[in-house]
Design a protein around this ligand. Sequence first.
Ligand code: HDD
Length: 725
Amino acid sequence: MSQEPMRPPGAPGAVPPPREQPTEPGDEKPYPKPDQSAPGPRTATGREVETQPDARAQAGDRLTTAQGVPLRETDHSLRAGERGPTLLQDHHLREKVMHFDHERIPERVVHARGAAAHGVFRSYGRASSFCCAQFLQADQETPVFVRFSTVLGSRGSADTVRDTRGFAVKFYTQEGNFDLVGNNIPVFFIQDAIKFPDVIHAGKPHPDREIPQAQSAHDTFWDFVSLHTEAQHHTLWNMSDRGIPRSYRTMEGFGVHTFRLVAEDGSTCLAKFHWKPESGVHSLVWEEAQLAAGIDPDLHRRDLADAIESGALPRWTLGVQLFEDGDATFEGIDLLDPTKIVPEELAPVQPLGELVLTRNPSNYFAETEQVAFHAGHFVRGIDATDDPLLQGRLFSYLDTQITRLGGPNFAQIPVNRPHVPVDDMQRDGFHQQGVHQGVAPYRPNSLDGGCPFLAGESGFIDVPAPVPQSSKTRDTPASFSDHFSQPRMFWRSLSPVEQRHTVDAYAFELSKVYEPAIRERQLEQLARIDSQLCEAVAARLGLPVPSADLGADPGPVESSPALSQVGGRWPVAGRRVAVIVTEQSTGVDAVVSALFDEGVVAAVLSDHAGDVRCADDTVVTAERPLTSARSIEFDAIVVGAGDEQLSGPAAESARLMVAEAYRHAKALGFWGAGADRAAEGLGIVPNEAGVVLGPEPTDVMTEIIELLGGHRCWDRDVLAGTPVG
Ligand code: HDD
């Protein structure tokens, strides 16, 4: 038995006095060991960089090679004469092209397409009675890095595809890094991680032609979800408006699993994490999402970066639903089943703190691409439960980083480094950055003064949760077998317009499935969720409604109003409004100021970019010509009408822009003397819901801002398909 050296008083932190024991033999007392974290930030020339701690190159006054050798030439290779062959001797050419050849790393196997930002989490200090995690205590501010993503598409795919969105948050706490690796949908496709490769193979492009990209509208996806009925709940969320968020800023986030929280006194409870966006939950309409995929495939990435840069900082409240620790069930819901939610009406979400995104990454690759999340990056006070999906994730995330980031030292990459000293005994490996000191990377040891010592009471808490008395089995508990009552509850919680969108989505997706048997099988699953839903989709596909003897599972059918995302009012800061002006317009300044005062981004458009002298003799600067703008960029459109209307290509662009915004239930405003004529000239019928006309710009803008607060004008739902609900 090895003997444990005693921990010196005050370590780590204050330097303890040299110890006589147990460092014998040897006179040198290597305790305390030097900081073993990765070397501090340096430029390529070795200078400390203060403002951008991890900046490298492009900062010095001389171009160098990677070895720091100053260069006098980088544009011409070394040749035997001006028209002669290039010489192998050109070590700079060789190094430059070698590095370029290896610039790409494997993209993430899922969630490859993403965008991220730095921010801060401010705790409300309300968790101390049930969770001792340092970052949740009073007066704590914790730096965070947040990455949003789609799941299925490649790194270069479009942002606005119908898909689940990742919502991964790395908290750099004073007790080490905590990752909350969640999604914008609170349930998952599968109940057991062993099926993850299967569901992803089914969702990814077909292996023969590698199509379709970033889509679920194809045979293998629907084959899988119609055969694995546990996937029906998540799929229904994907078919709802949640599958096409307006922006990362307007998404909810969910930890999905149930986690275990530990209080300082050792008591435990179970918890589900929620992120609530302070600007409300908003979505695109499907036609808009499809247009955006071509017109601006970076819509969400751009929106996030622009909002942060403009000062409309995205904000979310972190909340928890709490449950007693015990048999992990609540009101008949198995808390270990990741295909189930607990309705907020049964267990309210208690706010714990606010997340604010404050800074865009300065280098996409270094930060957004190299950030490595792991569902098992827990901190003291937060622990795993036996959810079989979570258990499998605990293995997968570490494993994937070895391939993606080239070895086991990814925690030393700047964006992944904890903001506290790292004193581990990990050594060597590819891309090792640490210059570790000492001779005894094991413990206990006597040679390095016994360091590092164990943390004792302040260390991570492995909750001694009881292990079920059972035999080894691959069986699933009976409580995991109800796959339909919760999708039914979700469907019945949606407003009529949301239900219509969901029917449209099923009809679109299933009509892209070639195999009739798969369409029919999926319709059978819809029949088990809700007969109206099934009938509406069947009608669109021209298929008979499956017979009713499908044995719909009994279960609670109440609706959960918290699941619908329409009907409220939200802050408008950070929204975008197109302001169309001509030389006949008046009062443009008043319009732009009214928007600016609310934090709304106004984009002035005209028949040409640059200065436009308006009828009231003011000069406004148009950001772009109308011909290079499109409705999907904007949440509302306002037009400064005059005696003469637009003509030529600009008029055509304006007509298209206004027509699309009209179809997509966005607010439309026309101000000025000829407001009525301008609206009609652009094909809009005045007096419709969400269409505001008037001579005075400020009056029109007051109403437009009011409409923006409700996100869309669903009273004018011109795209409504088959009525349901
Ligand atoms: Fe996962 C990435 C979220 C189940 C295996 N996952 C990944 C990311 C998010 C999620 C947001 C991107 C992180 C980033 O931005 O870098 N994953 C989830 C959620 C799940 C889930 C909410 C269920 C509740 N995942 C899941 C399972 C497995 C994985 C069951 C494997 C058994 N996930 C991975 C991965 C990824 C990943 C392959 C790819 C890139 C990475 O980890 O770093 O390991």
